[in-house]
Design a protein around this ligand. Sequence first.
Ligand SMILES: [Cu+2]
Length: 159
Amino acid sequence: MSNKIRLGSMLAGLILISGTAFAKDKCETVVKAGLAKQPMAYDVKEIVIPKACKTFTLTLMNTNMAAFTKASMGHNLVISGEKKVQDIISKSSNPKLAPDYLDQKSGYLYATKMLGPNESDKLKISTAKLITTEKNDGNLVFYCTFPGHLMMKGKIILK
Ligand SMILES: [Cu+2]
């Protein structure tokens, strides 16, 4: 084997290793709400957040067609511990809070804006806060507080 070829394969190996390490700790994700076949759903049931990420960026996109308005079929993404879900959802479903349907004092950890079709919003999530909340309020979950959207719920997994 010539020196040139040996160097070439060593470099290829290094690129492969650094590529894998980068992919392992991906500190961002995009979640879609409102699917073609199911306007009242997220496209994922789980969001995996690596503890190695200090901050995790979560973007929520409402991909519903314009026929669904924010008032008739809005979507948000709220994060809290499992223990607080019922309280947060029942306080947030108050008709006085329309069309945003989120009680600011209900004790959630993070929440996007209530989105109409083709709107998006971004959360900058501190993993340290997630770890503390999981200890105090149980397993972490995400859900939509628009009235009647109880089926829009999934798990947040810290790993
Ligand atoms: Cu919703």
